[in-house]
Design a protein around this ligand. Structure first.
Ligand code: C2E
Ligand code: CA
Ligand code: CA
Length: 652
């Protein structure tokens, strides 16, 4: 009970308005309110202290020459000294930056000082009023009234300080008047009490209104900092925190780590299950993140499935690494939404300040690059930014920028690589392979620029161009040769792809059965149903479909049965190992048999030696492709090659 009331008194002295029926607030909002209250009081303080000094001087002049003169000088010097000191300090603290939050002790000290000043002014009428001349009494009355009014006005944001200051003056004045001989004592005392009450009520009303409007303002400020869906801080708030963390890092050498992560397949979840389900996943994800991190790890949702953490404590690399691992682990469990299990994975990129930079943009770029590298290593990876990433990122940015204009600048071209029919020993067709001749960086391999094209959606334009250019080339070839074009997973998701292929065929006049598209298994995993319907439409048009890089992915045999496939391309890695590794040889042999039973032809990729070619012939493989038969070459070299049977010298 005693502790409770002591705490209550502490609250009261710290400027809390609950005691007076004002709004209740909890830290840290209370700290921000105190900062606001104190800063307004401090702003009024220098002028208030000048008034104190002038009033004290006025009083000494009023009693000059009377027996009380010395006592008055002593009294006034205390006020003048204290006011000078407080006034100067208030001035210097007012000139420095206003703090975001002020401690309870600061407000309590302010209330104590207000009380000490009030008590000293309250002593004035008690000590001097009785013995003073009429003229001096008038001066004392005016000064007391003035100090009450001035004090109430300067402390209006902190009612308890106003009370601490004015109450002793009221009491002192009342005591002095009541001590005097005369009949008016009682009415005067009543009058003083009612003045006091009126004044306090006005101060309270003001203070409450001030606090309320501050709370409202803070609430609306908070609203723009929250993500509506997950209630996590949003990008706006994240940017502010990042700037604050950077200020601390620059001024106080405080280190921090920035973690960036996203749901690897959020877009697919969104496409496949719809917005509502995707939102539910995000809400659940935010809940898991809140549970598995601490208050001090500032989490924010940046956009879509992308989240960030600013970790300012425990920032040794191993500690940050385990925080990242924790995030990956909590995302591993399936999300149960409307009775469905949705699996999501995440990778984490990490940048450190000040090591990787002291500028928000630079740090964001670093963490983005680190995340990018983590993603290419596969879901569930954690990557710290490293300086060598910087060069890689710079190159990537340059390529991304330049790829946009590469088509228009004629920097892209198609190379064609032949397929050899192992029965007839004749060339059966060519695979079109994209090439980019960069004006300053030279030849850029497709393994480098195709992922960039996929991420920037440029793949749609480039892919369409490739199909059309390949068809255009093939119309001039002998009619028994086909042309094969690669389609990436991103392209297959595009509803306009089918129209684009139809248009390319009709514009170039190529017979549809001479066009083949090559897809990889990754296409099928993310969006099997859509892929099936697209492939069916294509085979309906007589365009054939080949499954590329077979054996490198999940290699589900279901695909062979369910998809309208004409061809299987056994990945180069099997072909290269099959003569040294009996298992590889067995796989190649069985795949050929299995495919034939399903009436699917088999092409072996990456054939580099005559021995490999021999083995493939023996196991009944239909076609071979590889440097032995022919490297990818320019279109101009093709008619010559295509007409010749294998065995003649092939130019590369
Ligand atoms: P891919 O479809 O598996 O293409 C075969 C890759 O193996 C080509 O690399 C080719 O040059 C290479 N290659 C062919 N024979 C041999 C050999 O005997 N030995 C060795 N070591 N390599 C051989 P490239 O041209 O660098 O293409 C890489 C990948 O880029 C392609 O793999 C394909 O996935 C993609 N790509 C190429 N052009 C296109 C395109 O027009 N569209 C799309 N979406 N992807 C493309
Ligand atoms: Ca291919
Ligand atoms: Ca391949």
């Amino acid at each position: 009970m005693q502790r409770l009331s002591a705490a209550r008194l502490g609250d009261l002295l710290a400027g809390d308005l609950r005691v007076f029926g004002g709004p209740s607030t909890i830290e840290p909002l209370a700290g921000r309110i105190r900062a606001e209250q104190v800063s307004i009081v401090l702003r009024n303080t220098p002028l208030g202290m000048v008034a104190n000094i002038l009033n004290a001087v006025t009083f000494v002049m009023a009693v000059w020459g009377s027996p009380d003169q010395t006592k008055a000088i002593l009294w006034a010097s205390v006020i003048i000294g204290a006011a000078g000191f407080v006034g100067l300090r208030a001035r210097s603290s007012f000139q420095s930056v206003k703090p975001r939050s002020v401690s309870r002790r600061t407000t309590q000290n302010l209330v104590r000082n207000a009380f000490l000043f009030g008590t000293w002014w309250g002593a004035l009428p008690v000590l001097f009023f009785g013995a003073a001349t009429n003229a001096a009494q008038v001066v004392i009355t005016c000064l007391s009234a003035g100090m009450i009014a001035g004090g109430a006005a300067s402390f209006y944001t902190i009612p308890i300080a106003a009370i601490a200051y004015t109450l002793p003056i009221f009491v002192g004045s009342a005591v002095a008047i009541v001590w005097m001989e005369g009949a008016v004592n009682l009415p005067v005392a009543i009058l003083i009490v009612s003045y006091a009450i009126t004044l306090f009520r006005a101060v309270l009303a003001h203070a409450s209104e001030f606090t309320q409007s501050f709370i409202l303002q803070t609430e609306s400020e908070n609203a723009i900092r929250r993500d509506v869906l997950t209630s996590l801080p949003n990008r706006f708030s994240f940017n502010e925190r990042l700037e604050n963390a950077l200020v601390d890092a620059r001024q106080f050498d405080q280190h921090f780590a920035l973690l960036l992560f996203d749901l690897s397949n959020f877009d697919e979840v969104d496409d496949h299950f719809g917005r509502a389900m995707a939102d539910a996943v995000l809400v659940e994800m935010a809940a898991r993140l809140r549970k598995s991190t601490r208050e001090s790890d500032g989490i924010a949702r940046l956009e879509g499935g992308e989240f960030a953490i600013i970790a300012a404590r425990d920032i040794r690399p191993d500690q940050i690494g385990s925080l990242a691992k924790q995030i990956i682990d909590v995302m591993r469990a399936p999300f149960l939404i409307e009775g469905r299990e949705i699996y999501c994975r995440t990778s984490v990129g990490i940048a450190l300040a000040p090591t990787d930079g002291l500028d928000a943009n630079q740090l964001l770029r670093c963490v983005d690059t680190a995340l990018h590298r983590a993603k290419t290593l596969g879901a569930g990876s954690i990557q710290f930014f490293s300086a060598s990433d910087d060069d890689a990122a710079a190159r990537r940015n340059a390529l991304e920028r330049d790829l946009a204009s590469a088509l228009a600048n004629d920097e892209l071209w198609l190379a064609f690589q032949p397929f050899l029919d192992l029965g007839s020993e004749r060339i059966r067709g060519f695979e079109a392979l994209l090439r980019w001749q960069h004006p300053t960086l030279g030849a850029i391999p497709p393994s480098e620029f195709i992922p960039i094209a996929e991420e920037t959606a440029l793949i749609h334009t480039i892919g369409h161009w490739a199909v059309k250019t390949a068809c255009l080339a093939a119309v001039h070839w002998p009619r028994d040769l086909r042309v094969s074009v690669n389609l990436s997973a991103v392209q297959l998701k595009d509803k306009a792809l089918l129209d684009g292929i139809v248009m390319a065929l009709s514009e170039t006049g190529l017979e549809p059965k001479r066009l083949e598209v090559e897809i990889t298994e990754s296409v099928l995993i993310s969006d099997f149903e859509d892929a099936i319907s697209l492939l069916q439409s294509l085979s309906f048009l007589s365009v054939t479909v080949a499954l590329d890089d077979f054996g490198t992915g999940f290699s589900s045999l279901t695909y062979l049965r369910k998809l309208p496939l004409s061809r299987l391309k056994i990945d180069r890695s099997f072909v290269q190992d099959m003569l040294a590794d009996a298992d590889c040889a067995a796989i190649v042999r069985s795949l050929v048999q299995l495919a034939h039973e399903l009436r699917i032809e088999v092409t072996a990729e990456g054939v580099e030696t005559p021995e490999q070619l021999d083995y493939l012939r023996r196991v009944g493989c239909d076609e071979a492709q590889g440097y032995l038969i022919g490297k990818p070459v320019r279109i101009d070299d093709i008619p010559g090659i295509a007409a010749k049977p294998f065995g003649l010298e092939l130019s590369n």
